[in-house]
Design a protein around this ligand. Structure first.
Ligand SMILES: Cc1cc2nc3c(=O)[nH]c(=O)nc-3n(C[C@H](O)[C@H](O)[C@H](O)COP(=O)(O)OP(=O)(O)OC[C@H]3O[C@@H](n4cnc5c(N)ncnc54)[C@H](O)[C@@H]3O)c2cc1C
Length: 447
């Protein structure tokens, strides 16, 4: 059979794979079940504002997304987070407290801001001092909660790790794997003992902006990638082995494939691969996902009567009703809203509150406005709102994730011609997904 690759899933992972296959001259068809491409990446424009319905940026420190943006000729579109105004607040006892300067996720890199912060009690600060005395030690994979409490105590978990991680994974630190979610810190624990000693004096960012995005929105990257992809809109509902490779069924019709790249979330990959390898399907099905909703609100700046809270704020679970985080979009990324507008982006859901997706639009707006009134004192009505629901979209790297992924890779390698890409395996962020798609494409050699 001639070489023909089928890619399933038109999110950033599948599109990145299609881009490299197209450039390598390898024939492919990308199936996407929705009428639009991009998966959870979706940019809209409202009232002169660039509105991101899903992700809004990517970490600059991970090179893959940045490199792809440059290859696509979109370098001129790149903007960085406005880090000179980078204050993020954490809600504690009903008050917004600034995150102390120099905190690298959970670990302080500077002494004075840590001593001065009202975010943590003296007991925790003293404990952070004792952490400097720890000796190197290796542990079997343990939860983020166990890891953080062991090093810095419960309060650091409740007011730093949990809120920071819930913005990235929508996850529960008692379930998330330290080795998969905080690999750098686990490495430091094994080699240096103390995380504080390992990072003390280092800079918490590498100089440039911590986050990058595109001025016109991440949808522009999707649009640029789409010009390379041979797309068919249709839902794939079965994959079978054949003598020459595979056949894939979409909308009742079978299409032959020498290779298949499954670039869907793991639950979909699990059901698609049940007929190819039942054990592989079981392993994929064991990767949990959380659901989330993003509510964006656009206000007339002259009427905005709430606190203007830097880049935004995080609500620790202990303080949370429904709202988990809120970003002041144009403070974080200039040019995202005109001068006379304030745009807030509110994040709901996560592993403990998937039920938020069942709320009606009207109820979600009421909940959002009530939360913003409680936290920011904001009573102004928004000019415009936008709601996006993302059911089961964020993979949860729970304890044992590393072993699960190794087993998945072993089984995939044994099948031959099958490739996986997406946020379920080696990183949940956009740069990780770009890398996974490109690696899948690179493992297919032209014949
Ligand atoms: C709300 C939210 C905010 C986020 N914020 C950030 C952020 O700011 N920065 C960051 O780096 N990361 C962020 N992430 C994570 C990151 O955006 C995602 O992990 C990444 O975009 C996932 O891309 P993907 O292509 O692997 O999967 P998806 O985007 O989920 O795409 C998978 C595609 O497969 C399609 N599909 C599924 N089943 C089938 C089938 N059977 N047949 C055909 N098509 C199918 C789906 O319709 C979908 O289009 C965020 C995630 C979410 C949900």
């Amino acid at each position: 059979m001639s070489q023909h690759v089928v890619i399933i899933g038109g999110g950033i992972s599948g599109l990145s794979a299609a881009y490299d296959l197209a450039r390598a001259g390898i024939a492919h068809t990308l199936f996407e079940k929705l009428p639009r491409l991009g998966g959870v990446i979706e940019t809209r424009s409202q009232d002169g504002c660039v509105l991101e319905c899903g992700p809004d940026s990517f970490l600059a420190a991970k090179p893959d997304a940045l490199a792809l943006v440059k290859e696509l000729g979109l370098e001129g579109e790149l903007i960085g987070s406005n880090d000179s105004q980078r204050t993020t607040y954490i809600l504690k006892h009903g008050q917004l407290v600034p995150l102390p300067e120099g905190v690298m996720m959970i670990v302080p890199t500077k002494v004075m801001p840590m001593i001065r912060t009202p975010l943590l009690s003296w007991g925790t600060k003293i404990r952070m001092g004792f952490e400097l005395l720890r000796r190197p030690r290796k542990y079997p994979d343990r939860s983020v909660a166990e890891f953080v409490v062991d090093h810095f105590g419960q309060e650091t978990l409740d007011y730093l790790a949990e809120p920071l991680l819930s913005g990235v994974y929508g996850g529960d630190p008692r379930q998330l794997s330290a080795a998969s979610v905080l690999p750098r810190f686990v490495e430091m624990e094994a080699t240096k003992g103390s995380l504080g000693r390992a990072v003390m004096g280092t800079r918490s960012s590498t100089g440039g902006s911590l986050f990058k995005t595109l001025a016109s929105g991440l949808g522009t990257m999707v649009g640029a990638l789409a010009t390379y992809a041979n797309v068919r809109h249709g839902e794939v509902d079965a994959i079978e082995n054949t003598a020459g490779g595979f056949r894939v069924r979409a909308d009742g019709a079978w299409i032959d494939a020498s290779n298949v790249i499954v670039a869907t979330p793991a639950p979909a990959a699990s059901s698609l691969l049940a007929g190819v390898d039942a054990e592989l399907a079981r392993l994929l099905g064991a990767i949990p996902y959380s659901s989330s909703a993003i509510v964006s609100l656009i206000f007339d700046a002259s009427k905005f009567d709430g606190m203007r809270a830097g880049f935004g704020f995080l609500v620790p679970k202990l303080e949370r009703d429904r709202l988990a985080a809120c970003t002041f979009v144009a403070t974080k990324f200039p040019h995202r809203a005109p001068e006379d507008r304030i745009m807030l982006r509110c994040f709901f859901g996560g592993i403990g509150d998937g039920a938020i997706l069942d709320e009606s639009d009207e109820s979600l707006i009421t909940i959002t406005r009530e939360e913003l009134r409680r936290i920011l004192g904001l009573t102004t009505a928004p000019l415009l709102t936008n709601i996006s629901r993302w059911p089961r979209s964020m993979a949860q790297y729970t304890v044992g994730h590393g072993t699960r992924v190794e087993n998945i890779k072993t089984r995939v390698a044994a099948i031959g011609g099958l490739h996986l890409a997406g946020n379920a395996y080696d990183g949940i962020g956009i740069p990780d997904c770009v890398r996974s798609g490109r690696q899948a494409a690179a493992s297919i050699t032209p014949i």
